[in-house]
Ligand binder design. Structure first.
Ligand code: NDP
Length: 344
């Protein structure tokens, strides 16, 4: 079997040297255990955080340990009566081709319900993140305006489409004209602004003001940086900001330092929260996994009948994972970033 380990911690953006490919003997399942081959590996922005040593909501990946990650795989040997050879499961063995498990915490997947890869995107952790962040912390109401960054990514795609289905005006922010056209033409967003075309937060703010004539009631925070600076002054009184992620700062090194180009925006930001009586609420998707069945009941049919659209960017082979993660952190993905580790 093959695996990719964390070889060293990055200083700023990760480089290929931070990863190392290793070949190991194929593990053998013991009594009550199963051997799973990985089909799909999910690449996600949180992986950048796990490469740093600093404290966070989850422990860092140790140097020399397998990079973490969610996967979909197939059982190829079973000593466990609950699993048969051929079953599809989701698992968290990380960046590797095979893994052994006692089956605890593994979810069996039905390839008839949706393509297997969708269980790592729209019907998986990112979809659930959008659902929980929007509905629990965003508290959307018909007629309100929502802004979401990384709008064509795994989470943003779902946030915007779920909000549209509830009658909100949805304005996305994405990198480049192709992504923006996809957001409006395919995902049905009302507008999408290209943050790469706006050279300053002020330019983006002007464009956002035009796209949000009634102000912003919900800012679903995926990116921080220029987008946050542009949207904050447009927030309506009693607006909500579910803080899901701040990807524009993940490669900054010591999150946040140097991110505001030498200016201290904290006083202005803090005061805006006070004056506008904003609800600003950080959340981690795992806080809400008790609602996963409800999420699947609602979103599963929407995916099946095409009311929810999604895209995937696929890197071929486990060896391609480091470069694909490096690219994801710079916006190189268009939709959910996956690695095809073995045949579907
Ligand atoms: P995406 O599929 O959206 O991929 C990341 C995207 O981020 C890129 O494609 C790029 O899109 C955008 N991006 C990268 N750099 C910048 C930048 N400097 N400024 C603005 N946008 C940038 O990833 P996910 O949907 O998986 O994740 C989206 C966010 O949600 C992340 O912040 C992630 O950490 C967070 N998250 C949080 C969870 C939680 O439990 N709180 C769970 C899952 C995700 P573009 O080219 O359009 O700029």
């Amino acid at each position: 079997m093959k695996r990719i380990v964390l070889a060293s911690r990055p200083d700023g953006p990760p480089t290929p040297d931070n990863f190392r490919l290793e070949e190991l003997p194929m593990p053998a399942p013991g009594p009550g255990e199963i051997l799973v081959r990985t089909i799909w590996l999910s690449l996600d922005p949180y992986m950048r955080g796990r490469m740093d040593a600093g404290p966070s909501y989850a422990a860092p990946v140790e140097i020399g340990a397998t990079m973490e990650g969610g996967c979909v795989g197939q059982v190829i040997e079973s000593n466990n009566p609950d699993f048969s050879v051929g079953d599809f499961v989701d698992h968290r063995f990380g960046w590797c081709t095979h893994g052994v498990s006692d089956g605890k915490g593994l979810r069996k997947l039905d390839p008839e319900v949706a393509p297997l890869s969708a269980n790592l995107g729209v019907l998986g952790m990112p979809g659930m993140t959008a659902y929980a962040g929007l509905n629990i912390h965003g508290r959307p109401k018909e007629g309100e305006t929502l802004v979401v960054g990384a709008a064509t990514g795994a989470v943003g795609t779902m946030v915007g489409q779920l909000a549209k289905a509830q009658g909100l005006r949805v304005v996305g922010v994405a990198g480049g004209p192709e992504k923006c056209a996809y957001a409006t033409e395919t995902l049905g967003f009302d507008a999408c602004l290209d943050h790469r075309a706006a050279s300053t937060p002020h330019d983006l703010r002007v464009a956002m003001g035009e796209a949000c004539p009634d102000g912003v009631d919900i800012y679903f925070e995926n990116v921080g940086g220029k987008t946050l600076e542009a949207v904050l002054p447009l927030m309506n009184t009693f607006g909500r900001i579910p803080i899901c992620g701040v990807i524009s700062w993940y490669n900054a090194g010591g999150l946040g330092e140097g991110a505001s180009e030498g200016q201290n925006h904290l006083p202005r930001t803090w005061r805006a929260i006070l004056v506008k009586r904003l609800s600003v609420r950080g959340f981690i998707v795992t806080d809400h996994y008790d609602q996963f069945p409800e999420f699947l009941d609602l979103v599963g049919p929407m995916v099946k009948d095409g009311r929810i659209q999604y895209r995937e960017t696929i890197a071929e082979g486990l060896e391609s994972a480091p470069q694909a993660l490096i690219s994801l952190l710079e916006g190189g993905n268009f939709g959910k970033q996956l690695v095809a580790v073995s045949e579907d």
